[in-house]
Design a protein around this ligand. Structure first.
Ligand code: CA
Length: 687
């Protein structure tokens, strides 16, 4: 379907559209705009509900705004970019002329042309929430010039619930590279909007000076216009509740070695702006201003909009507008993994304990074992070859842990200094391939500067040469990486399960956090949480002193459905084969980790969530967890499961809390199902 008519109708008074053909052969609707034109036609999503306006009426500050179903979701918000093209402004003002060095695209802009095309995105990707994606969007490229007669293109892509915006910078006559000084891209929310935000930490603080690592708390229906915890704004993704109008999720995607990771600033006058990394990140090494070869493009700034939370939870915008950066010759296999470190901690990365975990992984039919920090010293490279052979003999493959360091933290957990230097890294990866290792977990990264993004990309690219998958910990969020890098698995970038092993506070908050992540962190990328404990006490003895689980065993299983990551590192221990509910252990033997589709059913961040995922064999897995103090009674339309008997796993109330039940649930067409979820408990329905 072509969306030419609307544009024509809105512009016919001023100018005549000219039909042209794009380079790819599709029809384009090019509109030549006279310099008198300050405003331009609105851009409407294929279903007509999402509307983006771009406004140059105030020459000092171009803006865009967003409406959904006629309601204002973003008020006029700043847009623009400031580039360093080689010269600095003088006291007399901006340098003038064709090759003037100061690329100010934040004001004084004039529209040269507007080019709209109808596009469709279609791709397969079993590592995200939906295996097969296909939907339409409208692409609009606005060509603008500034007072120095320099050109920039603002690109908008609008699908039914998502907006992606980027800046495209052409080559200049004498300029083939540039540095981005700042972006003026902002998000101004209506009064009364509340926030679900996680702050950006100070750099070079925390464990062995390894922050920032996207491991902070969340505001929960917080207010705008308050200072962030560290005064550095917020890390993506950022969720906003625009009162009874709906919800907005702001993030970014398409960041690779050619840019830095960005974040949102603190809020001023209801407005958050895209901000670059902190100077102190990466031990102060490397610039905060990304540099690009020209022609070049910034990453996408994404805005997901809905009247309810369904489009937020189900969005695929992080992958819709990026492309694979290299082909792989490997057929990567996903699945479940056992890892001793999460409960048995550092001391367990030795031969005897790893054999126990390999045996358990085999009995649980898990595909992998992850051997965490210290293996090089406690087991050693030579004995590791033998251990890998043992694991393989039991049909278990191996992931090994590495530190990313480097000169950007003080980490002593080893191996260190194997991933930061390309000469050493290539040797190490050749050894990993030779001994049959299938993946690496690389921990403790230096932040979001372009220099660190380059290292992420180098590690991924080199690892693929050796058939290695990569998990990141102590790291930034992925930004489209599931599609961009075929051997990328997942990232921590969350206060993950380790915090429960470290202390009771995270156990007490587990349910609350579990009802945030599917709405926020996990909406934009794979989340390596590493949960599903079956110990009631999170230590080796499963008793005595240690943090105690306050959630039920079915709740724990629910996290395998709620938290999406194509390889799940599961926190069960060998003793759980005999001391955990057999129901849950049997369930874990077959739980899938890759999905055909994901469906948001019900919930509210911080209170409860009901989420359904359909596995690649067509079976549905519905998970519901309750973070409130009262039993949660749900009346759900589960007819998408199809009529018939479903299996229903439930945590029990009262003294039987640790003893879950399995019952049959009859699904009838057009009839709702009543489910009760106890506080801190979970329910799983499967069919
Ligand atoms: Ca961590």
């Amino acid at each position: 379907m072509k969306h030419i008519l609307l544009t024509i109708a809105l512009t016919a008074m001023i100018l005549a559209p000219v039909s042209q053909v794009n380079a790819d052969g599709s029809a384009a609707n090019v509109v030549s705009v006279t310099s008198e034109l300050k405003a331009n036609p609105v851009l409407t999503s294929p279903d007509g509900r999402l509307v983006v306006s771009f406004d140059l009426a105030d020459t000092e500050s171009p803006t865009y705004s967003v409406q959904y179903d006629g309601k204002q979701m973003l008020e006029p918000s700043p847009i623009g970019i400031m580039l360093d093209m080689g010269a600095k402004p003088t006291l007399e003002g901006l340098p003038q002329g064709r090759e003037a060095g100061w690329g100010d695209f934040t004001r004084g802009l004039k529209i040269v042309s507007i080019n709209d095309t109808d596009e469709e995105t279609a791709y397969e990707l079993t590592r995200i929430k939906q295996a097969s994606v296909c939907h339409a969007y409208i692409k609009r490229i606005i060509e603008l010039t500034n007072e120095a007669k320099q050109t920039v293109f603002f690109e908008f892509r609008v699908s039914d619930n998502d907006i992606a915006i980027r800046y495209n910078v052409p080559e200049g006559r004498f300029r083939r590279s540039t540095r981005v000084l700042y972006e003026n891209t902002g998000f101004r929310f209506p009064d009364g909007t509340t926030t679900f935000l996680t702050p950006q930490s100070d750099a070079m603080i925390g464990w062995q000076r390894s922050k920032p690592s996207y491991e902070e708390g969340y505001s929960n229906d917080g207010e705008m216009n308050v200072a962030s915890q560290y005064g550095h704004g917020y890390t993506f993704p950022c969720l906003f509740h625009v009162g009874d109008r709906g919800w907005v999720l702001v993030s970014e995607t398409g960041v690779d070695s050619r840019y830095c990771g960005s974040r949102l600033s603190d809020c001023v006058d209801n407005t958050y702006k895209v901000s670059f990394p902190l100077p102190d990140e990466n031990n102060g090494n490397g610039t905060v201003s990304p540099a690009m070869r020209l022609p070049g493009s910034t990453p996408w700034r994404t805005i997901t909009v809905g009247s309810d939370l369904k489009p937020i939870v189900e969005t695929t915008v992080p992958w819709d507008h990026v492309e694979p950066l290299y082909e792989t010759s490997h057929d990567y296999r996903f699945g479940r993994s056992a890892w001793s470190w999460i409960v048995w901690m550092d001391a367990s990365c030795n031969w005897d304990d790893q054999v126990k975990y390999i045996d358990m992984a085999a009995e649980m039919h898990f595909e992998y074992i992850l051997i965490d920090a210290g293996w090089d010293q406690n087991i050693g490279y030579e004995k590791m070859e033998e251990l890998i052979k043992y694991a393989n003999s039991k049909n278990v493959d191996v992931f090994l842990w590495y530190s990313s360091s480097g000169n950007w933290n003080d980490i002593i957990q080893s191996p260190i200094n194997r991933m930061d230097n390309s000469i050493v890294r290539k040797k190490e990866m050749a050894w990993l391939e030779k001994v049959g290792v299938k993946g690496i977990k690389v921990d403790f990264w230096g932040g979001d500067k372009q220099q660190t993004m380059q290292l992420y990309e180098e590690v991924l690219s080199d690892a693929d040469d050796h058939g290695l998958m990569v998990i990141f910990h102590g790291c930034t969020i992925p930004r489209g990486w599931e599609r961009m890098y075929p051997n990328y698995v997942g990232s921590e970038a969350v206060l993950a399960s380790e915090n429960m092993s470290f202390g009771q506070g995270a156990c007490n908050e587990e349910a609350f956090k579990a009802t945030l992540h599917p709405f926020i962190r996990n909406t934009v990328g794979c989340m390596e949480f590493g949960g599903c404990f079956m110990n009631r006490v999170l230590n080796r003895a499963n008793g005595g002193r240690g943090s105690r689980l306050v959630t039920g065993p079915v709740f724990q299983c629910c996290t395998e459905i709620l938290f999406q990551n194509p390889i799940q590192n599961i926190a069960i221990c060998p003793n759980n084969l005999s001391d955990a509910p057999a129901l849950c252990m049997e369930w874990l033997k077959t739980v899938p980790t890759t999905w055909q589709q994901t469906r948001f059913i019900d919930g509210y961040p911080g209170k409860y969530i009901v989420l359904a995922r359909q596995d690649l064999q067509g079976k549905w897995h519905v998970a519901a967890v309750n973070a409130t103090d009262a039993p949660l009674t749900l009346n759900l339309d589960l007819s998408f499961l199809g009529a018939g008997q479903a299996q229903c796993y439930s945590d029990s109330a009262g003294p039987d809390f640790a003893n879950p039940s399995l019952t049959e649930l009859k699904i009838r067409d057009g009839k709702k199902c009543k489910l009760t979820v106890v506080p801190n408990g979970g329910v799983i329905v499967e069919k």
